[in-house]
Design a protein around this ligand. Structure first.
Ligand code: NAD
Length: 338
């Protein structure tokens, strides 16, 4: 039997990235859709011929749902997720799962209390760039990695609730999960300390459109994370190792292999020029922010109990803790220890 699924928030993202795989994967059946906007409900009825609701609590009472997908504004996620869990419904929550770590903890507590599944949406974990970089690092392509930079840049402006603090807007919450989590996953590391900065540069509203964080991992690797405003794209990844460098610019990946020269006679000065570098270039294929159809296959398997969902609520809580630390560090001009 297909998994009886409902979307709460049939907006830009709910009606595309989530409705698409639910529609196309036989493991799921769209059982109901909830949105406060009448035009969105109309679109959902036309597409899925399913019951639609203005009030998600009424939907939870009236419909037999196994999985609710929460794709509303950021400030609504935690309360909606907890209500779904307490109604006995498994819940998938888009990113950011919550506006802070305390809200994320309340969701974990509700999942434990009810025995239902809380599935965080961290699609960049399925990103094709992250996957390729993982292969290269496992092969020690650049030796021991000591610095990773992960940057997303644009010169675009937007004008919606994402520019308003009261709705959980701001680029830290909007982009943080895509930017902060992948390098930590790549290095299989744990964040020890955070220094952060946030600024509002070109966007309207009352929130930041730039954030910057320097994370030090427990093994002392330095990770620099940024969403920034730039008139020309900056490299999305820079990975520095003691045997080379990887630079990723969108889909272009450049691997530079180099070995430092060692003195023949350590008691005498010599020029110590490194050997000429070996440079390899390739194109990264596949979805950089994860293929939602592939992710939904994993969600289906997890709900049917066939295999665990790869992203635990505790891993998503770690992301929220780092985002909180960037915020606190920026406000208080200090390093935050985790
Ligand atoms: N790659 C990604 O994972 C990705 C991409 C885009 C957006 N998102 C996330 O998706 C969420 C929604 O973003 P969006 O761009 O689709 O916003 P949106 O404003 O287009 O959609 C939100 C929808 O929620 C509805 N809504 C608001 N209050 C509601 C309520 N009480 N009950 C039911 N519906 C309600 C709105 O009417 C709207 O249709 C955000 O949290 C965003 O961060 C994730």
């Amino acid at each position: 039997m297909p998994i009886r699924t409902a979307i709460i928030g049939y907006g830009r993202n709910g009606s595309s990235m989530h409705a698409g795989p639910i529609e196309k994967n036989d493991a799921f059946a769209m059982t109901a859709v909830c949105d406060i906007a009448p035009e969105r409900r109309k679109q959902a009825v036309e597409r899925f011929k399913c019951p639609v609701y203005e009030d998600y609590k009424e939907m939870l009472r009236k419909e037999k749902i196994e999985l609710a997908v929460v794709v509303t504004r950021n400030d609504q996620h935690a309360a909606m997720a907890c209500d779904c869990l307490r109604a006995g419904v498994n819940v998938l929550v888009t990113k950011p799962q919550a506006v802070n770590a305390d809200e994320a903890r309340s969701m974990i507590a509700a999942a434990k209390e009810t025995g239902r599944r809380l599935l965080p949406w961290l699609p960049a974990r399925w990103g094709s760039d992250l996957h390729r970089l993982g292969e290269l690092l496992r092969d020690e392509a650049v030796g021991k990695v000591f610095v990773v930079r992960r940057v997303v840049s644009s010169f675009a402006t937007r004008c919606d609730w994402q520019t308003e603090k009261r709705y959980g807007g701001g680029y830290l919450l909007n982009w943080g999960a895509h930017i902060v989590d992948p390098p930590v996953v790549l290095l299989a590391g744990k964040v020890k300390s955070v220094f952060g900065r946030m600024k509002q540069v070109i966007n309207p509203g009352d929130v930041e459109d730039l954030f910057f964080g320097v994370l030090v991992l427990e093994d002392e690797t330095i990770v620099q994370v940024e969403y920034t405003i730039s008139a020309d794209p900056l490299p999305s990844w820079v990975i520095q190792g003691d045997r080379g460098l990887i630079v990723v610019n969108g889909r272009n990946l450049k691997l530079i292999k180099q070995t430092p020269a060692r003195p023949k006679d350590p008691t005498r000065f010599s020029t110590m020029q490194a050997k000429p570098a070996e440079v390899l270039e390739e194109t990264v294929e596949g979805a950089l922010y994860g293929d939602e159809f592939a992710i939904y296959r994993e969600i289906g398997a997890a709900i049917r109990g066939e295999k665990p969902y790869p992203v635990t609520p505790e891993a998503a809580l770690d992301v929220s803790r780092v985002l909180d630390a960037i915020k606190v560090s920026s406000a208080e001009n200090r390093v935050v220890m985790l």
